[in-house]
Design a protein around this ligand. Structure first.
Ligand code: HEC
Ligand code: HEC
Ligand code: HEC
Ligand code: HEC
Ligand code: HEC
Length: 555
């Protein structure tokens, strides 16, 4: 008994000694790597810890091939780490409040749940107001939970999400459950069995704990499936539920959720390191078991646009990370894999006929997520003098497309199966409608979708899929708009001659019409004005996912 105590005591002393070395080791390793200064990331609260508390042990890591797989550096250059600093998010929340002021409290509660989850959860427990704006709001630098709010979706939030109860439906719309434990009883869940617990227990009073749920899509579902309620402008609840984002449900309805073809969110969005990784720099003396698979915290998606805004306006937005360029590069890499485009062409007498086939390789609809995203086909046919004789889907430097949806007419562009005129553009998007059946961009007004033709994931069953994932508009009757794919036919009359054809699949994070609708509030809402300025100087207007050039002869 006593001797066991003694040995435990010795272990503790040696761990303490190791930990005293911690800072200098970190500096040492930091010397040759990206250095991020730790000040604002170091908060410690009853339930959460800032990411700066994890740096010493979980940053400056390398895989077997010598590639840097530092967890904190990777995470800091992601959308989730900056979910509360995101100037578009702040502008949209402010605009929603401006448009339905009677429900300001409810909007602030709703919108902070996933974008400022730690501040939201902790305030719920200590019964302090959950507010975003104003003197009592989390965005006020003097607010005691400012640092917590500014860490966005952070380490100790994700790693304390409890497993789903298998007898209950999957949690969604921000209904994740965080363990209420305090002190060393806080469980930091991880994917590996038997973690060596002492350094975390001793230094941070938290306990690394194995749990297989970290490896499942259900872990991400609580924030990546989102329903809202519609309100009229007087703040009256219209008692309708609107599926604002359904990424998890789309995945669930795809091939990727089936046992034989399983691919989780993590498999595509975290990506694994080469070989094994020793996941902590400490303890140094005791060799930790190298672990695999090691998932990188790069959380790449499709948002090069906002990552570029973060990168170019760090000081103004209070962001510290040097890794945005590599984050943008990785995001672009994922976007390029999202869809395969193939073309079968035929030239007939006086006509060009193209069959463009698009195959969705992503794990959900393409594009998925927030309903400001759109993807479309750009086709340019030029004659021997490089003069365009046909152009569909052109876009100017402001991001405005040469189509009715982006003109004063503001008409939703229908889904097409056959395109014959330059005014027709194939756009894949989800367009919201309000209770009066008008096209709307106000989240709090949305009751459903007018148009929903985002390309279905593989394995999607059109007949039996949940109603909230339903196809809306002309795509419903398009026979070749099927699981995992769509085919578009271009039939264009042309005089005999030789032509060059340029075909591109393009992607835009914030559609022109969505941005214009938001900027209507610029004169009255400071956050919107601030975002409009950043938007106007943004470097990335759209992405080219697929590009194809061909020469064609018309007889
Ligand atoms: C259930 C969690 C959840 C809640 C609640 C939530 N969001 Fe989000 N929000 C997300 C996720 C996840 C994304 C990222 C989706 C994507 O990238 O397509 C997102 C993205 C956004 C974006 C796009 C940001 C960008 O940089 O492109 C805006 C704007 C936004 N949310 C506004 C809001 C507003 C306004 C509210 C409150 C009415 C809100 N969110 C509430 C989860 C949530
Ligand atoms: C969006 C949620 C999320 C956030 C934020 C997050 N993690 Fe993770 N982390 C995960 C998931 C999921 C896994 C397991 C992946 C798997 O095995 O499928 C993981 C794995 C890990 C591991 C095991 C090694 C590995 O990478 O596989 C460590 C250590 C870790 N995270 C630390 C951190 C630290 C430190 C931070 C903050 C800088 C952080 N995590 C932020 C979700 C998150
Ligand atoms: C003093 C060093 C140290 C600090 C600081 C530290 N960790 Fe750890 N962490 C470890 C060690 C050691 C392990 C176990 C490694 C093993 O057994 O392979 C570990 C394991 C983990 C795991 C994986 C658990 C599992 O079972 O898969 C997660 C997740 C994790 N840490 C998150 C964090 C987070 C989040 C922070 C910051 C709040 C943090 N750690 C701070 C040393 C540290
Ligand atoms: C606490 C809520 C929460 C959890 C849990 C969560 N996310 Fe997110 N995620 C968000 C929010 C909020 C955003 C959007 C931030 C923004 O755009 O401002 C987001 C954005 C993303 C993006 C978009 C990046 C881009 O460039 O477009 C990806 C990818 C992502 N999350 C993957 C995951 C994965 C994988 C998991 C599970 C391991 C997960 N998320 C768990 C809230 C969450
Ligand atoms: C087979 C790979 C694959 C799987 C599985 C997968 N995704 Fe994706 N995801 C992609 C690709 C490719 C993109 C980029 C194209 C797009 O926006 O659809 C993407 C984009 C996203 C975006 C960003 C959209 C934006 O607006 O910037 C989010 C958020 C996201 N995925 C979340 C998830 C979540 C949550 C899961 C699990 C329920 C998941 N993904 C499963 C491949 C995958």
């Amino acid at each position: 008994m006593t001797s066991r105590r003694f040995i435990q005591g010795l272990t503790l002393i040696s761990v303490t000694a190791l930990l005293i070395l911690t800072e200098s080791i970190a500096q040492d390793i930091a010397g040759k790597k990206i250095v991020t200064r730790e000040t604002e990331h170091k908060f410690r609260s009853k339930h959460f810890l800032g990411s700066g508390n994890c740096t010493t042990c979980h940053n400056y890591l390398e895989d077997r091939a010598g590639n840097d797989v530092s967890i904190i550096d990777a995470w800091r250059a992601t959308m989730m780490a900056n979910a509360s600093r995101d100037p578009l998010w702040q502008a949209k929340v402010a605009s929603e409040i401006h448009r339905t002021p009677k429900i300001q409290g409810a909007i602030e509660k709703k919108c902070s749940r996933c974008h400022m989850p730690m501040a939201h959860v902790e305030s719920g427990w200590d019964k302090t107001p959950i507010k975003i704006f104003g003197p009592e709001g989390f965005l006020n630098p003097k607010h005691p939970k400012f640092d917590m709010a500014m860490e966005g979706v952070s380490c100790t939030l994700c790693h304390q999400i409890e497993p789903n109860d298998p007898k209950k439906p999957i949690r969604h719309s921000g209904n994740f459950v965080i363990g209420k434990n305090e002190g060393v009883n806080r469980k930091i869940y991880g994917p590996f069995k038997d973690p060596f617990p002492w350094p975390m227990k001793h230094m941070l009073k938290i306990s690394p704990t194995y749990s297989p749920h970290m490896n499942t899509s259900e872990h991400c579902a609580s924030c990546h499936d989102l329903e809202t309620h519609a309100f009229d402008k007087d703040g009256k609840d219209l008692k309708t539920v609107f599926p604002e984002q359904s990424t998890y449900s789309e995945w669930k309805a795809s091939l990727y959720s089936k046992k034989a073809t399983l691919k989780s969110c993590q498999d595509c969005h975290m990506q694994t390191a080469k070989g094994t990784v020793v996941i902590s720099n400490l303890p140094r003396g005791r060799r930790l078991t190298p672990r695999s698979p090691f998932y990188k915290h790069s959380f790449i998606g499709g948002n090069t646009y906002m990552l570029d805004i973060f990168n170019k306006n760090k000081e103004e937005l209070g962001i510290r990370s040097e890794a945005f360029e590599s984050s943008i590069k990785r995001t672009r890499g994922l976007l390029k894999q999202a869809v395969t485009m193939t073309v079968v062409e035929g030239s007939l007498a006086g006509k060009i006929a193209l069959k463009v086939h698009l195959k969705n390789n992503s794990g959900h609809k393409f594009p998925t997520g927030y309903p400001s995203r759109r993807a479309w086909l750009y086709l340019r046919i030029q004659d021997e003098n490089e003069k365009a004789v046909f152009e569909s889907g052109a876009i100017n430097e402001k991001g405005q497309m040469n189509a009715a949806c982006d003109s004063k007419a503001k008409k939703i562009e229908p889904h097409h199966d056959v395109i014959t005129k330059p005014t027709q553009v194939q756009i894949y998007e989800a367009c919201m409608k309000d209770a009066q059946d008008n096209w709307t961009f106000t989240l709090m007004r949305a009751v459903g979708y007018h148009k929903e033709n985002r390309i279905l994931p593989e394995g999607f069953d059109r007949e039996n899929a949940p109603k909230k994932l339903a196809i809306r508009g002309q795509a419903k009757t398009d026979k070749n708009f099927e699981a995992g794919q769509d085919t578009i036919n271009y039939k264009i009359e042309l005089a005999p001659g030789t032509y060059t054809l340029l075909l591109e699949l393009r992607y835009q994070t914030v559609s022109y019409s969505f941005a214009q609708d938001l900027f209507k509030d610029s004169g009255k809402v400071a956050k919107v004005k601030a975002f409009e300025r950043l938007h106007k100087k943004a470097g990335i207007v759209f992405e080219r996912l697929q590009v194809l050039e061909k020469t064609l002869e018309v007889k």
